[in-house]
Ligand binder design. Structure first.
Ligand SMILES: Nc1ncnc2c1ncn2[C@@H]1O[C@H](COP(=O)(O)OP(=O)(O)O)[C@@H](O)[C@H]1O
Ligand SMILES: [Mg+2]
Length: 276
């Protein structure tokens, strides 16, 4: 990377607020819901800023953030805790959800629909007015400490309808919809996050928008802000913009040779190689 690109690149300070540009009223909704003890679900495609947003909100609200990446093998014990053998004794160890409940942290369940419904039932008494976590194995119920917040994310377009959230879970949550940011905002994000100049960022954003308009159905996901940032980072390292976009945009989006060729044609149209 050139030194100017390095200087422009956002270096997340250990203590500062994670850099997040608001896209609509999501910050106001999140803070109001958190103050009211309501659980929150973030809906939107992958790579549109949900994780960054939660990190910024947790920082602003002064709450620790505990993230759980959900998957279909996740068990209630993984969330709540289990007895472990420690030097001949069995000892109870809190899971991340229990820790968050006790500490008054924000518990972020990333891709919550990946988890099985028999796992997510433990969330119900936490998500509604009871705000408590029953721990069956210990025979106790832990009330949520002040400041506790339950936040889940999911990608409605990508996951199958079958795995969709149960109505009773959904209705216990406030929803915030995420989409891709407006072009000027996305350009700012790409420039800052990748450490590229505004015109390079603008070019990547136009490419991203064109791919999003395709709706071929052949793509599982469209070009997210994340892949545009990744392409920008490769350009900041000195790669030719077209090579960068083939590697960071076309490659991750599809394995299909015909669709790949189509994407590369678009990359050739939208990205110019800088003179010199
Ligand atoms: N509104 C935004 N403000 C700042 N950065 C953003 C924003 N939206 C997307 N990004 C960038 O895109 C990347 C992917 O966002 P992330 O929060 O990981 O997406 P998600 O959790 O929705 O998959 C982030 O690391 C960041 O560089
Ligand atoms: Mg995420």
């Amino acid at each position: 990377m050139t030194s100017s690109a390095a200087a422009r690149r956002a270096q997340p300070a250990a203590t500062g607020r994670p850099w997040y540009v608001p896209v609509a009223n999501e910050e106001a909704v999140f803070k109001a819901a958190h103050r009211q003890g309501l659980s929150i679900v973030l809906k939107g495609p992958t790579g549109c800023g949900k994780t960054r947003f939660v990190a910024a909100m947790a920082h602003e609200l002064g709450r620790p953030l505990i993230t759980v990446a959900c998957h279909d093998d996740l068990t209630t014990a993984d969330l709540v805790g289990r007895f472990l053998l420690r030097g001949g004794d069995t000892e109870w160890v809190d899971g991340p959800l229990t820790r968050a409940v006790r500490e008054g942290a924000i518990c972020y369940l990333d891709e919550v629909v990946e988890a099985r419904q028999d796992t997510t039932v433990v969330l119900h008494p936490l998500a509604d007015h009871r705000r408590e976590l029953p721990i069956e194995r210990l025979g106790i119920t832990v009330p949520a400490a002040p400041g506790f917040g339950l936040v889940a994310s999911y990608n409605p377009g990508y996951q199958s309808v079958l795995k969709d959230l149960k109505d009773s879970t959904r209705q216990r949550m406030v929803a915030i919809e995420f989409g891709f940011p407006a072009p000027e905002v996305e350009q700012r994000i790409v420039a800052r996050e990748a450490g590229v100049d505004e015109s390079t960022a603008a070019m990547l954003v136009r490419l991203g928008a064109a791919i999003r308009r395709l709706q071929t159905g052949g793509l599982r996901e469209v070009s997210s802000t994340r892949v545009l940032v990744a392409a920008g980072r490769l350009i900041a390292e000195g790669l030719d913009p077209r090579e960068a976009a083939v590697a960071a945009v076309a490659g991750p989006l599809t394995d299909d040779p015909a669709i790949t060729r189509g994407l590369i044609e678009m990359i050739d149209v939208y990205l110019e190689t800088p003179a010199g």
